[in-house]
Write a protein of this length. Structure first.
Ligand code: HPA
Length: 271
């Protein structure tokens, strides 16, 4: 049973730290530096954790870090797991189940995404208001363990309205420009084609990426409140007359990292 595995992971974590955060933060591509700001960090590598798999994506360190962000206890995933690494959706969302069983109540997810909305600019931050799952699968397929959540879980309020409001209010206070929109998830690892991007725009997607949606589905299943922030690291395929590169994605992440960290820290302080 999945819950038995989760309890084994938790037993290992509890030997390493007594901290019981209510907030968890998942750091996406190019946005890892927030983890360096944690005070009194307890770093646990994914590779030492029972039932965790390692992160192989560029720029994803693969550490679970417990610590304080300006006096607020938090759990940080420094680097996430992706379906394009060859892992199942069940495997990449396992850490979310561990978080829920540890007592996490609010989850802040971040990612790098391609901008589909032509009113967006590279370097913008976007609050995700809703998503389109174009990964072709759902992480909840299979036997349902009711200790986690119901068989058919509601996704209407998956992106918590109050947290989105708090994010906008905080961004305004800090003078940070914040967009909002619908995130569409593909498996990758190829970037999309220009024809796919035109289709996604007609469907109402504002940004595209290769993560987050499976985690949000499982978080909703476990009853976590979610805030998700995309860093528009590049304009999606075909919008500009230039190829897409991993270097651009990571470089933009590094450039907006300062504002991203300020925003997440200020939001966390209000939770
Ligand atoms: N497409 C998919 N995933 C991404 C992109 C993109 O353009 N940019 C960053 N992650």
């Amino acid at each position: 049973m999945l819950m038995d595995q989760v309890q084994e992971t938790i037993a290992y974590i509890e030997q390493k730290t007594t901290l019981k955060p209510k907030v968890a933060i998942v750091l996406g591509s190019g946005l890892n530096s927030l983890a360096d700001e944690l005070q009194k960090p307890c770093v646990i590598a994914y590779k030492e954790l029972p039932h965790f798999v390692v992160s192989t994506a560029p720029g994803h360190q693969g550490n679970l870090i417990f610590g304080y962000l300006d006096d607020v206890p938090v759990l940080c995933m420094q680097g996430r797991l992706h379906v394009y690494e060859g892992y199942s959706l069940e495997t990449i969302t396992y850490p979310i189940r561990v978080m829920a069983a540890l007592g996490i109540e609010k989850l802040i997810l971040s990612n790098a995404a391609g901008g589909i909305d032509i009113d967006f600019a590279v370097g913008d931050l976007m609050i995700i208001s809703d998503h389109i799952n174009f990964m072709g699968r759902n992480p909840l397929i299979g036997a349902n363990e009711t200790e986690f959540g119901p068989r058919f879980n509601d996704m209407t309020f998956a992106y918590d309205r109050e947290l989105r409001g708090l994010a906008h209010q905080t961004a305004e206070e800090l003078g940070i420009k914040l967009q909002e929109g619908v995130y569409l998830a593909c498996t990758g690892p190829s970037y999309e084609t220009p024809a796919e991007i035109r289709m996604f725009r007609s469907w109402g997607a504002n940004a595209v990426g290769m993560s987050t949606v499976p985690e949000v589905i499982v978080a909703a299943h476990c009853g976590l409140k979610v805030l998700a922030i995309s860093c528009i690291s590049n304009m999606a395929a075909g919008i500009l007359d230039q190829p897409l590169t991993e270097e651009e994605v990571l470089a933009t992440g590094a450039k907006v990292s300062h504002d991203f960290c300020r925003l997440v820290k200020a939001i966390t302080a209000k939770l």
